[in-house]
Design a protein around this ligand. Structure first.
Ligand code: GTP
Ligand code: MG
Length: 698
């Protein structure tokens, strides 16, 4: 691959709601630019950017892929991102490498939940936005209606620079409102338009739209505004300049039209990207952490080389592949760079650029460009690599915590041995996954953004690593505590033949605030229990508490005061006092009003407003407490606190309730009392499950 200077590079995030046609449009752009020799299709499973096995099987993008379109002396790095809510974290992570985004909107469905989400990502990363109303060939596609939805959601900054020629099956091209020319295309052709005059029936509409565009462009610039008032219009080059400026300032989001599937108007999009979107060096400074403080830095070619890793893939065949964006200087093939995040040195052998899964060798990459390299040893996503003399690091993108956890169980001993290792490989690839062991239930938990997300991990474990596992709903880590107090004796006495056992203690038990766990107070005066036996009492209570009283869950948030007792010179021992303490614990629990605690989750749901009522009713049924409501555009945010036990099937229930148009995140917040009705059931279930547990010795 040719070497490009920074000013000739465009890094464009192709973003939008699931199924809006991002991968298909990317395929159209690649064919139009000559990067592929025919039009590739998602439905045929042969696109450059959906190359993963799971992506091909499911016909959805799971993970961002980069592909290059070379057009008019520029190199456009297209980042084809996922649009489904459970994979949207990957989109966010990849946008660290973009300098602008192309927001793809379905011409039938208009603005959808994830459209809003990616719009906000662009805000967060300060990425200029252009919009493509796509799938205009579809039945019931309507440019005007989709544009209306876009403007309602994102304001009048969304201004058309094209209008469609024809409708639905008759959609054949676009009118360029800047140059006032028509471009028509062959269906399923090479994406290159034939220039012509605007058809008479569209002349008025085009003129009106042209004027609206010119006015919008002029608004942002005093000189242009003056020229506009004087002449009533602007020359083409001034419209282009003003538009470029408005886009970069994020004041204007130009709207275009396309059918990715039939490759209509893709050359216009390529022209737009080269002409209007900023090169990396034209962008605002990027955030860095220098000397422990937040700062910013300009992306420059003439600088020490540094790069930020935005993505890692790892599979047993290709090994680890690291994707990065050069953020200063020039990186050369075979460079030795420092990993400043981990204090390691890495050699960038076989410096490459990614064309989907294919890595094409390149001799050097200039600031702003995107590259890939295989077989780095220690480097992971979010790391900074740099040449000597560079000291800052680029902050990694923060992703939300997983919303759903499953217990993952190996099917055989052999699988179990290899499971941990294989899962850890997958965590390298996907930083929104979590894998951990619940210390209480002792289950291995795999947590992700949704059920499908976790299921894909399971499928990859099998296909890539031949590790067979099953998923189950996790056990709820209930706990026990007390609401009252107790004052009891625990006495252990045993006389067998010669040597006996004797321990005797008096304790008080009191509840402690949530989270305080356990406190032991030694209030023995005058040696009623010798000092060396007191730790045994504490230990005996802790061991008994660990096993619980009501239903076998660990007992927490209580205080024990040891205040009296007695001992025997010969028969007392640590064991005897431990057993006495256990008895005291049991006796205390009888008095102290034991009760169950359950984990309560903070849940945040994002859904189209029309579902708000149903969702709140449903949360009520799950013993949820609504803690906040907010509407942004057509999206409703609902925050609530809901017991974990009621959320185990929420993912599929939510999908069913909203036809898949809602998403949620969830994280642990605190423990709270289980209501009596539920507690009775849990206790009964625990009793039923209890099989011949050891009887207390007497
Ligand atoms: N009629 C029509 N169908 C399209 C068009 N673009 C995409 N499709 C179809 O829509 C479906 C989804 O297309 P994709 O390109 O995979 O959509 P996507 O936005 O990449 O989807 P995710 O990556 O999963 O978010 C496929 O069946 C495509 O054939 C289009 O312009 N017109
Ligand atoms: Mg896709």
């Amino acid at each position: 691959m040719k070497v490009y200077e920074s000013k000739d590079i465009r890094n464009v995030g192709v973003v939008g709601h699931g199924d809006s046609g991002k991968t298909t449009l990317t395929a159209g752009l690649l064919f139009a630019a000559g990067a592929t020799n025919r039009l590739l299709r998602v439905d045929e499973g042969n696109t450059v950017t959906d190359f993963d096995e799971e992506e091909i099987a499911r016909k959805i993008t799971i993970s961002t892929a980069v592909a290059i379109a070379e057009w008019k002396k520029a190199k456009i790095n297209l980042l084809d991102t996922p649009g489904y809510n459970i994979f949207i974290n990957d989109t966010k992570g990849s946008l660290a490498a973009a300098d602008s985004v192309l927001v793809i909107v379905d011409g039938v469905a208009g603005v959808e939940v994830q459209t809003e989400k990616v719009w906000h990502f662009a805000n967060e990363f300060k990425l200029p936005r252009a919009i493509v109303i796509n799938k205009l060939d579809r039945e019931r596609a309507d440019f005007e209606r989709a544009l209306g939805a876009v403007q309602e959601a994102f304001g009048r900054s969304a201004v058309p620079i094209q209008i469609p020629l024809g409708k639905e099956r008759g959609f054949t091209g676009v009118i360029d409102l800047i140059r006032m020319k028509a471009y028509s295309y062959t269906v399923d052709g090479d994406g290159k338009g034939k220039e012509g005059d605007i058809p008479a029936n569209l002349a008025d509409a085009a003129q009106k739209a042209h004027e609206a565009l010119v006015e919008m462009v002029a608004e942002g610039n005093d000189a242009l505004l003056e020229e506009f008032f004087e002449k009533g219009t602007l020359p083409v080059e001034h419209i282009v300049d003003g538009l470029r400026q408005g886009l970069r300032d994020m004041r204007i989001s130009p709207v275009m039209c396309a059918s990715g599937l039939h490759n209509i108007a893709t050359d216009q999009i390529l022209n737009f990207l080269v002409e209007n979107t900023p090169s990396p060096v034209e962008r605002d400074e990027v955030a860095v952490i220098a000397d422990g403080k937040e700062a910013t830095r300009k992306i420059k070619e003439s600088d020490v080389c540094s790069l930020a890793v935005f993505k890692t893939t790892a599979d047993p065949f290709a090994g680890r592949i690291t994707y990065f964006k050069v953020l200063s200087g020039v990186v050369k093939n075979d460079a030795n760079l420092q990993n400043l995040t981990r204090s390691a040195t890495e050699r960038l052998a076989h410096l490459s650029v990614p064309q989907g899964k294919t890595l094409q060798p390149v001799t050097e990459l200039h600031a702003g460009d995107i590259g890939a390299v295989a077989k780095l040893k220690d480097t992971l996503t979010g790391d900074t690599l740099a040449d000597k003399g560079f000291t800052a690091t680029y902050p990694p993108v923060k992703l939300p915590e997983p919303s759903i956890a499953f217990a993952i169980e190996a099917k055989s001993r052999n699988d179990e041995d290899r499971m941990g290792n294989a899962v850890h490989r997958m965590l390298e690839e996907d930083q929104s996954l979590r894998f951990y062991r619940d210390p209480q239930t002792r289950e291995f938990l795999l947590a992700g953004a949704g059920q499908q997300h976790v299921e894909i991990v399971v499928s990859r474990l099998k296909k890539r690593y031949s590790v067979d596992v099953t998923l189950k709903a996790p056990k709820i880590p209930y706990r026990e505590t007390i609401r009252g107090t107790a004052d009891v004796q625990g006495r252990h006495k045993k006389q067998t033949g010669g040597h006996g056992q004797f321990g005797d203690c008096w304790i008080k038990m009191e509840p402690l605030p949530r989270g305080a766990r356990f406190e032991f107070v030694n209030d023995i005066f005058g040696g009623a229990i010798p000092k060396n036996f007191i730790p045994a009492v504490e230990k005996g209570i802790q061991e008994a508490a660990e096993k619980g009283f009501l239903a076998g869950y660990p007992m927490v948030d209580f205080k024990v005061i040891l205040y009296d007792g007695s001992y025997h010179d010969v028969d007392s021992s640590e064991l005897a006092f431990k057993l006495a303490a256990r008895k005291a614990f049991k006796a205390a629990m009888q008095q102290a009003k034991p009760t169950l605690l359950e984990p309560i989750m903070n849940v945040e749901i994002q859904a189209p407003v029309e579902f708000a009522g149903d969702l709140m009713g449903d949360l009520n049924g799950r013993r949820g407490r609504i803690s906040g409501m907010e509407t942004k555009g057509s999206t409703q945010f609902i925050r609530a606190q809901v017991p974990m036990a009621e959320m185990l099937s929420y993912q599929s229930d939510l999908t069913a309730m909203t036809q898949g148009r809602a998403s949620f995140t969830m994280e642990f917040d605190h423990y709270d009392y289980v209501p009596q009705l539920q507690a009775d059931k849990i206790i009964a279930a625990a009793k039923a499950a209890k099989t011949g547990e050891e009887e207390e010795e007497e």
